[in-house]
Design a protein around this ligand. Structure first.
Ligand SMILES: CC(C)(COP(=O)(O)OP(=O)(O)OC[C@H]1O[C@@H](n2cnc3c(N)ncnc32)[C@H](O)[C@@H]1OP(=O)(O)O)[C@@H](O)C(=O)NCCC(=O)NCCS
Length: 219
């Protein structure tokens, strides 16, 4: 017992972590649709409609997460779901918004300042005072297993990001990104793709990109 007390006295970080887990785990299990073992969402955070959000096991969201399952906007009603599978790790200042479905699969990494949504504001009706009064157009945003989303990436509409895809820092994703590819820029374009046949990464010219995008769509 003395040893344990000494350990905590010396190791402030371990003390803080255990306290964090004790304070948050049981409320989270009750509040979320699911909150898996070993998962942790650091304070401060702003999470709305937790019953629409399922968190797998060993998930970490660092400080200042904003996650919103949008149930209603103006006169539109939604049945949103946010599914975060096991071992997803997200750095600070991430934002996730879903009006329909945002599904982040196992072992995905979100670097800091990543923005993810499945919806966008209609802007075409010029009679409205504010674009926010126009309807929300939504789809499904699915990020497949092992994908790596670089720092500052914005996923600004419903897209599918394939398995083990890498999205370069500060990229803006507006279209599907195939599995085992590297995409960069605004808008994000595929620059490299893994050839399972040749067992190596190959550079992609802009002409070939369309071929990969269409042939690799897997959902
Ligand atoms: C995408 C990434 C993985 C590519 O790395 P790489 O395979 O070593 O690529 P290279 O450095 O050889 O770059 C290839 C080309 O893409 C360009 N490029 C690379 N990353 C880019 C980015 N984020 N945005 C725009 N262009 C980028 C390079 O300028 C280069 O262009 P060129 O061929 O015209 O010279 C890397 O650049 C990246 O952005 N990593 C994410 C870093 C990050 O977010 N870290 C957070 C840590 S938690």
């Amino acid at each position: 017992m003395k040893k344990i007390i000494m350990f905590f006295k010396k190791n402030m970080k371990a003390k803080k972590m255990i306290l964090y887990r004790l304070l948050t785990y049981f409320p989270n299990r009750y509040q979320y649709a699911r909150f898996g073992k070993g998962s942790l969402i650091y304070f401060p955070m702003l999470v709305n409609n937790k019953k629409c959000i399922s968190i797998g096991e060993n998930v970490t969201f660092r400080e200042r997460l904003r996650m919103d399952a949008i149930k209603c906007m103006n006169d539109q009603y939604f049945t949103p779901r946010i599914i975060i599978e096991d071992n997803v790790h997200a750095e600070q200042d991430c934002q996730i918004f879903a009006a329909n479905l945002v599904h982040i699969k196992k072992n995905v990494t979100l670097s800091s300042h990543v923005f993810i949504t499945d919806a966008e504001h209609e802007y075409r009706g010029v009679e409205h005072e504010s674009i926010l009064k126009q309807k929300l157009i939504f789809g499904k945003t699915i990020i497949e297993e092992e994908a790596f989303i670089g720092i500052g990436v914005r996923i600004i509409k419903a897209v599918h990001i394939g398995k083990h895809a890498v999205i370069g820092a500060n990229s803006v994703v507006t279209k599907d990104i195939p599995a085992y590819s590297v995409a960069v820029g605004n808008p994000a374009k595929v620059i490299r793709k893994y050839s399972h046949k040749m067992k190596q990464w190959e550079n992609i010219t802009s002409d070939a990109e369309e071929y990969y995008e269409i042939s690799d769509r897997s959902f």
